[in-house]
Ligand binder design. Structure first.
Ligand SMILES: [Mn+2]
Length: 335
């Protein structure tokens, strides 16, 4: 299960709206009362900071449930001047909002993963509230973060994302249903269902399954990536306008998709097998993000939580008139 909700921080009622969205998601994931309370505190405090010091922004909530755990990842993004003294702001009990007992230090203590990236371009705060103790013990080789946001004014998102991590294999899907709105969402959601059913197969096989299944829908662009970090390999297959790229200190490359629309026209499925560097970061996104993003303008960000990288891409490189989705995968961070 992958739930996603974006709330704009634009006026005095926004924080409460974001908190309500968090409560709804916590209930849908079956989080305990304690964890739901932590979600509310994190959203409230981080949203207030973004309102007061960032001049507004957005809260992006991502909820996932697997056999291992249930978790909500909270991203709060603003385009303010940045936090001048992050170390001080992180001191426990120090609250920029003047509320005793909360503040960034409290968020960090509650979160099972926490990270802040702040620069003159704004602040991105990431906090994960996870339900199960097993989540602290379960050491995955890689971490995936995915964000999606609907066409402005739409509730249904015509993009969707799914991934699966099992042992030394991580397989990921980004799908963009043609157009936007409910019919686009139907196509993207069907792609996720088929992916979940056949995710153990190769990327090319999954793409063929998608092509067959999407014939009854409006159609979609999609790409599937399979990474085996221990073997150091990446296999990629894409049709239509999904961008894929690998970033690393030793290598940077774009991954190739063929033209077409799954469900309608697919000339061929081709797998590309490339080296997956040890410090590799995979970024996949729909055309709701500009293709010419450049993370070298954000010194140090590649070493941070994948959710922060995804958040900054969504914040600063979004095309306004489309659904947007972005997936970032990298080796597990110890932050
Ligand atoms: Mn699109």
């Amino acid at each position: 299960m992958f739930l996603s909700q974006t709330v704009a921080l634009s006026d005095s009622s926004s924080t409460a709206e974001a908190r309500r969205a968090g409560a709804v998601m916590a209930a849908a994931l079956g989080l305990s009362e304690t964890k739901s309370g932590e979600v509310a505190i994190v959203i409230t405090e981080a949203a207030r900071n973004a309102m007061v010091y960032g001049g507004g922004g957005q809260v992006v909530l991502s909820g996932t449930k697997s056999q291992y755990e249930a978790r909500i990842e909270i991203l709060v993004l603003d385009r303010g001047p940045g936090i001048a003294d992050l170390a001080r702001a992180l001191e426990d009990g120090y609250s920029t909002g003047g509320t005793p007992g909360t503040g960034l230090g409290a968020i960090r203590r509650m979160a099972s993963a926490f990270d802040v990236f702040t620069s003159a371009k704004g602040t991105a705060l990431f906090a994960r509230i996870a339900q199960d103790e097993v989540s602290r013990q379960f050491k995955s080789l890689v971490e995936c973060a995915a964000l999606k946001a609907p066409f402005p004014g739409e509730n249904a998102c015509g993009d969707n994302i799914a991934w699966d991590i099992r042992g030394d294999r991580c397989v990921m899907l980004v799908a963009d249903g043609l157009g936007h709105g409910p019919n686009a969402a139907d196509a993207a959601d069907e792609a996720v269902r088929i992916f979940q059913a056949y995710k153990q197969e190769s990327p090319a096989e999954i793409m063929s399954r998608l092509h067959d299944a999407l014939k009854k829908t409006r159609g979609a662009a999609a790409a599937v990536a399979e990474i085996r970090p221990l073997a150091g390999t990446l296999i990629y297959a894409g049709v239509g306008n999904i961008a894929g790229s690998i970033l690393s200190n030793t290598l940077g490359r774009s991954l190739i998709s063929h033209n077409g629309t799954l469900g309608h026209i697919m000339a061929r499925v081709q797998e590309f097998k490339v080296e997956w560097p040890k410090d590799g970061i995979l970024i996949m996104h729909s055309d709701g993000l500009q293709s010419r993003w450049d993370l070298t303008r954000y010194p140090g960000i590649l070493a941070r939580q994948p959710a922060l990288i995804a958040g900054v891409l969504l914040r600063d490189f979004r095309r306004e008139r489309d659904d947007a989705s972005v997936l970032v995968m990298k080796g597990a961070t110890s932050i």
